[in-house]
Design a protein around this ligand. Structure first.
Ligand code: GSH
Length: 238
């Protein structure tokens, strides 16, 4: 067995341990898969994120995951999926690259996906996610309502309407995939990994909607379908 270079902290649902679902951590999982860097997952619940992560980061920054500890480079700790992607490109230069002197445009696309795609996917999967929060449900509802400054019912809104909005946000990306095999053109870039991380949450919680809104989207035709098939090899647990 290959020895893992990276310890990767992922988010565990109380009723579903060892199940990769979190969009933020999936961005890093898929990054590690794409780069072929051997890693070991440590699964934390939301409560453990708050108790364990500050011990690693030794900072008063809000504890979130993904976090990695790079055992090959002096136990370097990196927090945040975007920072981790940039770090791994530098620390492991012999692995497939995610950036090619295009940080600004990739950041623009990443922010577009976070603001639009991730938010819409979250609204659509929220009832399914809540069903899996087990004894953390009360904490989860209270903390998310504080984050959104409104009730989760308001956040969810009308699912049909939310699905239409998501389809609209995907449309300009479908137009890229109509012309090119990947978001940045001929090769996988960080953009593809980030987008796959966000869409993966819809795939695992609402495969029916993933099928209609993403894979068989009326406007984007089969282009997302072709892209997802190419990305599938990076969308796996170690
Ligand atoms: N921008 C950050 C977002 C990280 C994030 O929000 N992670 C969530 C898990 S999906 C978290 O750790 N949340 C802790 C909490 O909500 O208390 C990234 O991309 O790494």
């Amino acid at each position: 067995m290959t020895e893992s270079h990276i310890v990767f902290y992922d988010l565990k649902l109380p009723n579903d341990p060892n199940f990769a679902w979190s969009p933020n951590t999936c961005k890093t999982r898929f990054t590690l898969n794409y780069k072929g860097i051997p890693y070991k997952t440590v699964w934390l619940t939301f409560f453990e994120v708050h108790s364990e992560i500050p011990k690693l980061t030794k900072s008063d920054r809000m504890p979130t995951i993904p976090v990695i500890v790079d055992k090959l480079h002096g136990d370097k700790v990196v927090q945040d999926s975007w920072e981790i992607a940039k770090y791994l490109d530098e620390a492991y230069p012999d692995t497939p690259r995610l950036f090619n002197n295009d940080l600004g445009t990739q950041l623009f696309f990443y922010n577009y996906c976070t603001k639009n795609i991730l938010l819409q996917v979250f609204k659509l999967v929220l009832p399914n996610l809540l069903d899996k929060t087990g004894d953390m449900r009360e904490w989860y509802v209270t903390s998310r309502e504080a984050m959104f400054k409104t009730s989760l019912e308001n956040v969810m809104g009308d699912p049909e309407e939310q699905a239409k909005i998501l389809a609209g946000f995907l449309e300009p990306i479908g137009a890229i995939l109509k012309e090119y095999p990947y978001v940045n053109g001929q090769q996988v870039a960080c953009n593809d990994i980030m987008l796959a991380g966000y869409l993966h949450m819809l795939f695992v919680f609402r495969p029916d909607l993933f099928d209609t809104i993403v894979l068989n989207n009326q406007k984007s035709g089969k282009h997302f379908n072709d892209w997802w098939k190419k990305m599938e090899k990076y969308i796996k647990q170690e």
